[in-house]
Design a binder for this molecule. Structure first.
Ligand code: SF4
Length: 282
C-alpha cells in the first residue's frame, strides 16, 4: 500500500498528485478549491446542497465527507491502488456530474467504480461500463468521442449530462440505505437546477430508476400510479413545474450484464438513440 504523501504523475498531464487528490491543486476538471465548504454530516449535505449554482454544487459534492464508511473505502482504494494502475494517482474523492450544464438528457447511474471514476475523477471514466456507455453515446451522436480514459481526454457530451446517484465508490458497489439517503440532497439539488431543460432521463439499472423517481418526487413532481416498473426500454412520464420528462429504463452496462449478453451494444444504442430522438421531438 502506498502512503498518502506519495506523489505520482497524472497519466495525461504529468503533474504530480498525492492520492487522494487535495481540492484545487490542478487535477483536470477539479471543480473545488481549498475554500470549498466540506459536508461532514447528513444535515450539512442538505444545507450545503441548497441554494447554490451548478458549478458550486459540483465543487461541494467533490469534497463531501458525510459517509464515514465510504470516505474510508474510497481513500483506502486510492492509496492501495489496483496493481495495473499502481503508477497513477487516484482521485479518491466524490464524483460530481459530468457533461452539459444545460442538458436535455440526463443519464443516472448507481455509484462510481472504485478503480474507475474513483481513480480518474470523472463519472464512468476509466472502467468497462464507461467503455460501453461512451461508445454508445458516441454512436448515437451524444458524445464527441467513443472512448474515455481520463479526465483530460477532451471528451465532451452533447446536450447530455451523467450523474451517479451515490457520489462515492462503495464496497461491492453496494451503498447502504443510510448512505443513499445521506447523498440524496446532492442529486435532488442537481435535478432541481437542471429541471428547466431536461426532457429525458435514462436510468441505468433499477437503482438509477428508483433514484430518479424518488428524486423527482422529492422535488414535488408527479409520478404515475401504479409506480412505473423498471425494465430495459421501459418508459414513464414524470410531470412537474408545468412540463414533463420521459424516463427511460436501460440495463446497466455492468460487466455482469455485458459479458452474459443480457445487454448488447444494439440494446444500449436503442435506448440512448431513443433518448436522442426524444430530446428534439419529445
Ligand atoms: Fe458525501 Fe454522497 Fe460521498 Fe456520502 S456518498 S460522502 S453524501 S458524496
Amino acid at each position: 500500500m502506498g502512503l498518502v504523501s506519495d506523489v505520482l504523475p497524472h497519466p495525461a498531464t504529468g503533474e504530480l498528485f498525492p492520492s487522494p487528490v487535495p481540492p484545487g491543486t490542478g487535477w483536470p476538471g477539479d471543480p473545488a478549491t481549498e475554500a470549498t465548504p466540506v459536508a461532514r454530516r447528513a444535515a450539512q449535505v442538505r444545507r450545503l446542497a441548497a441554494r447554490v449554482g451548478l458549478d458550486e454544487l459540483d465543487a461541494r459534492v467533490s469534497v463531501c465527507r458525510a459517509c464515514p464508511r465510504l470516505v474510508r473505502w474510497r481513500e483506502d482504494v486510492a492509496q492501495a491502488k489496483r496493481a495495473s494502475y499502481a503508477d497513477q494517482p487516484y482521485w479518491g474523492r466524490p464524483i460530481p456530474g459530468f457533461g452539459s450544464s444545460t442538458p436535455s438528457i440526463l443519464v443516472v447511474g448507481l455509484a462510481p467504480a472504485a478503480n474507475g471514476a474513483n481513480r480518474t475523477g470523472r463519472v464512468f471514466t476509466g472502467d468497462r461500463s464507461g467503455d460501453w456507455l461512451f461508445a454508445s453515446l458516441h454512436r448515437v451522436g451524444l458524445a464527441t468521442q467513443g472512448t474515455s480514459g481520463h479526465a483530460a481526454d477532451g471528451l465532451e457530451l452533447i446536450d447530455t449530462r451523467m450523474v451517479a446517484t451515490v457520489r462515492c465508490a462503495p464496497p461491492q458497489n453496494r451503498p447502504t440505505t443510510v448512505e443513499r439517503d445521506t447523498c440524496s440532497p446532492w442529486i435532488e439539488a442537481e435535478l432541481g437546477l437542471l429541471a428547466e431543460r431536461v426532457r429525458v432521463v435514462v436510468a441505468l439499472g433499477g437503482y438509477g430508476w428508483d433514484a430518479t423517481l424518488r428524486s423527482y418526487a422529492a422535488l414535488g413532481w408527479q409520478v404515475a400510479r401504479p409506480r412505473p416498473r423498471f425494465g430495459h426500454g421501459a418508459e414513464a412520464t414524470l410531470v412537474g413545474e408545468g412540463r414533463s420528462v420521459t424516463l427511460l429504463g436501460c440495463y446497466h452496462p455492468s460487466q455482469q450484464n455485458t459479458f452474459t449478453g443480457r445487454l448488447t451494444e444494439a440494446m444500449l444504442d436503442d435506448v440512448l438513440g431513443r433518448a436522442a430522438a426524444l430530446r428534439t421531438t419529445g
